[in-house]
Design a protein around this ligand. Sequence first.
Ligand SMILES: Cc1cc2nc3c(=O)[nH]c(=O)nc-3n(C[C@H](O)[C@H](O)[C@H](O)COP(=O)(O)OP(=O)(O)OC[C@H]3O[C@@H](n4cnc5c(N)ncnc54)[C@H](O)[C@@H]3O)c2cc1C
Length: 475
Amino acid sequence: MATTTIEQTSIRTHPPTLGAIDGFRGRLIGADHADYDSARALWNGAIDRRPRLIARCCGSADVIAAVRFAREHDLEIAVRGGGHNVAGTAVCDDGIVIDLSAMRAVRVDPAGRRAWVQGGALWGDVDHETQLHGLVTTGGIVSHTGVAGLTLGGGVGWLMRKHGLTVDNLLAADVVTADGALRRASADEHPDLFWALRGGGGNFGVVTAFEFGLHRGGPTVLAGPVLWDARDAKQVLRSYRDFVRDAPDELGTVVRFGTAPPLAGIPAELHWRPVVMIGTCYAGPIDDGERALGPLRACVPPLLDGVGPAPYVGFQSAIDSTVLHGWNYYWKSTHLPELGDELIDVLAGHAFGCASPRSYVALFHLQGAVGRVADGATAFGNRQASHAITLDAVWRPGEDFGARDTAWARAFFAALGRFRQGVYVNFLGGDEDPGRVREAYGAGVYERLVDVKTRYDPGNVFHHNQNIRPRSGRA
Ligand SMILES: Cc1cc2nc3c(=O)[nH]c(=O)nc-3n(C[C@H](O)[C@H](O)[C@H](O)COP(=O)(O)OP(=O)(O)OC[C@H]3O[C@@H](n4cnc5c(N)ncnc54)[C@H](O)[C@@H]3O)c2cc1C
């Protein structure tokens, strides 16, 4: 698949020690460049790394040039898609960042129901272009999240119970592997690589373009939040457990514990009040959604019922302002089983113990189409879990909630210990035990990932990530 060059510029800053990169047409940003600080900044403001060089690529040829250059100079490599990962693996100290943020083109084939998406695109870019044709695919729930990192880890979102994970909709990918070659991975071409890319993260090369299958959806969906007082948390969660057990695949829900954010649609008198907020999105006819959601909305009298017909694109960016770039973040995460009473007690007992009004907990309901794909069919692990939870400490620069809410997230995570059932690799933080990457896949998938890693990246060139080590590569 050819990639489009969407930024062509002759602006180059030659870093003092490294010089130019042969055959590279994008921008090279060294420490003396005026854009250096903005180019190395990540979504997570708590990460502060200083690469020697940022190679902002225009297309696959630039990525190849950058990979070869890094290998010739034995440079540490970090790969940046949307820059959203909480662990901050998209930027390294001292080495080179292969930065795809200028590669955001999306092209849709409406008749074939396919989208070609460059490796630096954000989910807002995909939704914007696909909705032009009344088409959708499963993406993230925040529009400024990168397509690449999210897809390579698996991809959970509102539509996953109906249409599967993002990786279940991936048809092919263009990948620059560690040897500097551009390969197309699909069911027919390098199928082992294609398997590994569907969950194994950034371990196998730099993906310069993805090809996704699309479905009919939007432009209007039944969606929105229902809010209850935090004091009703246990009762709401018990009703929610019973409700989701039989919920149709069309219904995606995410439970958010925290204060009510100051979003459009939430009245000012509720802002910053501790609430249980269940976000909903129905991927089907509005009337069917109204019927399906009835029991949840009526289970306990809510503070606010904000569910109604909404533009899909708008809904996909509705909570963007609650997780802004440059704030500080610390996450813990695990998959969980169905919400038994004991688990509900732990959730309700810890969820509101944070100090920052911006810290929150998100509980994604999985299953549906996610669990119907066989374990091991892709490299996404733990498909049978009921929920994925993230415990998210959030504090703005200058605020002093960091230490307290980091401790809150850790204590909460410890309390969930006996319920843990694996983890989603993309929700892992930067300070995890090494065994957690294996936990994300389970032993069988992990060993197979090691085989593919050993075949395509035996020297562990791509290791600044949630790393799967080849059998004989560097740590
Ligand atoms: C606010 C927020 C909301 C989120 N919501 C969701 C959600 O709804 N669903 C979900 O599944 N996840 C979600 N996530 C997690 C998300 O999947 C990860 O943060 C993911 O890494 C983001 O992708 P990115 O391209 O922005 O990552 P980056 O930070 O750019 O990169 C992270 C890693 O991905 C790899 N990578 C990135 N680009 C490429 C590429 N082109 N080729 C090869 N490897 C690459 C590299 O190893 C890199 O170190 C969310 C994260 C945040 C912060």
